[in-house]
Design a binder for this molecule. Structure first.
Ligand code: MD5
Ligand code: FE
Length: 203
């Protein structure tokens, strides 16, 4: 079922549930080529979330800033391709939320271990802000922090569970958002971790 979170954002509860085994197998294969790593922020902090990417472009951060790169800085090679089933799932979710023309070319894969978090931020490194973002949650539950267009706006807490998909676009595309520190737990497929796939049009 779907819940409108706020104008422009739809939570598709359990939309990915039938696909989680193949998503996890795909992530495993991607991480064998492009390992999860904790990147540096421009301010010199090490992110608590470990990241890798698949797609024509991948999101990276280092002392020089946030950006998309067509190569993995660890290997100098192209990122692994987005598996066909990842892409069709993201496109079907976008269509279900009213975005029929979504052509994701970047998929950031975030790995949260217990205590890892993502501070409140906006996603604004993409050139076409009319394209939505599709996110898929796997593993341990997370508390999504859903703010407004100003950093100071009140933040709503939304639980995101294994198999949930969220589509963000239009009025919601530039909202401040984050993830609260991951609580301890054991997921039957993922153990003490949460994975999040974030599909974007970055080129
Ligand atoms: C996560 N990832 O669960 C979170 C949430 C990120 C990021 O925020 O930038 O890697 S995915 C939810 C999300 C993604 C893009 C836009 C919006 C939410 N939004 O407009 O609220 O690892
Ligand atoms: Fe984000």
């Amino acid at each position: 079922w779907t819940e409108p979170l706020s104008p422009g954002a739809q939570v598709l509860r359990q939309y990915a549930t039938a696909h989680t085994d193949s998503l996890l197998a795909g992530i495993h294969a991607i991480a064998a080529q492009a390992p999860f790593r904790q990147m540096q922020t421009p301010g010199g902090y090490t992110m608590s979330v470990a990241m890798t990417n698949c797609g024509t472009a991948g999101w990276i951060t280092d002392r020089k800033g946030y950006r998309y790169s067509t190569t993995d800085p660890l290997s100098g090679q192209a990122w692994p391709a987005i598996p066909a089933d990842f892409r069709s799932l993201a496109q079907a979710a976008a269509l279900a939320a009213g975005f029929p023309a979504f052509q994701p070319d970047a998929c950031l894969i975030n790995r949260y271990q217990v205590g890892a978090k993502m501070a409140l931020h906006q996603d604004r490194d993409e050139p076409d802000l009319t394209a939505p973002i599709v996110s898929v949650s796997l593993g341990l539950p997370a508390t999504f922090l859903w703010g407004g267009l100003q950093r100071s706006d009140k933040v709503l807490k939304v639980p995101l569970l294994h198999g949930d998909v969220v589509v963000w676009g239009r009025e919601a595309r530039l909202v401040f958002h984050g993830i609260a520190p991951l609580k301890a737990g054991q997921h039957p497929l993922l153990g003490e971790a949460r994975l999040n796939l974030t599909f974007r049009q970055a080129l």
